[in-house]
Design a protein around this ligand. Sequence first.
Ligand code: FAD
Length: 298
Amino acid sequence: DISRLSRTGKRPIRVSFEFFPPKTQEMETSLWQAIERLAPIGPSFVSVTYGAGGSTRERTHATVARMLRETCLKPAAHLTCVAATKEQVDEVVRAYYDVGVRHIVALRGDPTGGIGSTYEPHPGGYETSTALVAGIRRIGDFEISVSAYPEKHPESAGIDADIDVLKAKIDAGATRAITQFFFENTAYLRYLDRVRAAGIDIPIVPGIVPVENFRQTAAFAKKTGAHVPQWLADRFDGLEDDAATRRLIAAAVAAEQVLDLVDHGVEDFHFYTMNKPELVFAICHLLGLRPQPAQQAA
Ligand code: FAD
């Protein structure tokens, strides 16, 4: 399909989109507007996050179930093992299986005290993301995606320790990793080299965050261990009260990032949409992706 070739004209590009479950009626409306706008692009899958400590269990389920009922998208449900027993987590997994969901993004989750505090497994719960992956595998024939950290997870001793954990998750049944967002492509490409050298051959899909709001993104990056380079701060400098220009800069930054990754051979992208479709739609267009009539109609 020529419309799905990269700007080099040689390789296909695949994308996936991440959304968060809405809290209010107003947020629900804007989420579904975002889905309507992005669905015709024909993503490989769309994922819905799970709130810290399982706080969005019902809302994540409701969103994923509605995607299955009302669209022809393939939804993936995020799931963590924080603050829940194995039985409670298994029940969530079975409920997904029963409604027809076949893809789970399996995560340990952040400590209940927030990022930066010490993680304590729930008594009777899955202790690690690896144990969670194995648990999901036992319940049903799911596709299982997991996290990866090109700039290392804040709690981890180093990249090698992270790669060991990634290997364990794959041995337990994970088939794809999605990365934490990053701004320096060299960090991702170096990480990819190390992962491949360690014998890991599953897709390590870069997670791309369009920087709609620099201050907010920088604050979040600090917590997650993603490095915010000075050149990025410089690009948004002085635009605190100028949302329109910020959006144009954000589009330019994201375009530069994804097209450089394409030039380095990357074919899959996972977009953290923040439930806002416009920037992501534009970047997909740049990547050569066009709305597909069948899905548009659906
Ligand atoms: P793991 O992969 O299990 O661990 C990450 C790294 O931390 C490991 O590689 C290891 O080196 C180190 N580590 C972990 N445990 C220990 C330990 N006990 N001792 C030493 N080192 C350790 N969070 C949510 O709450 N909901 C979501 O929907 C969600 N979606 C996400 C999607 C993606 C693509 C990513 C990248 C993250 C997401 N997160 C989400 C955040 C994630 O839950 C946190 O980053 C959490 O702190 C780690 O979970 P994990 O499964 O990534 O950890």
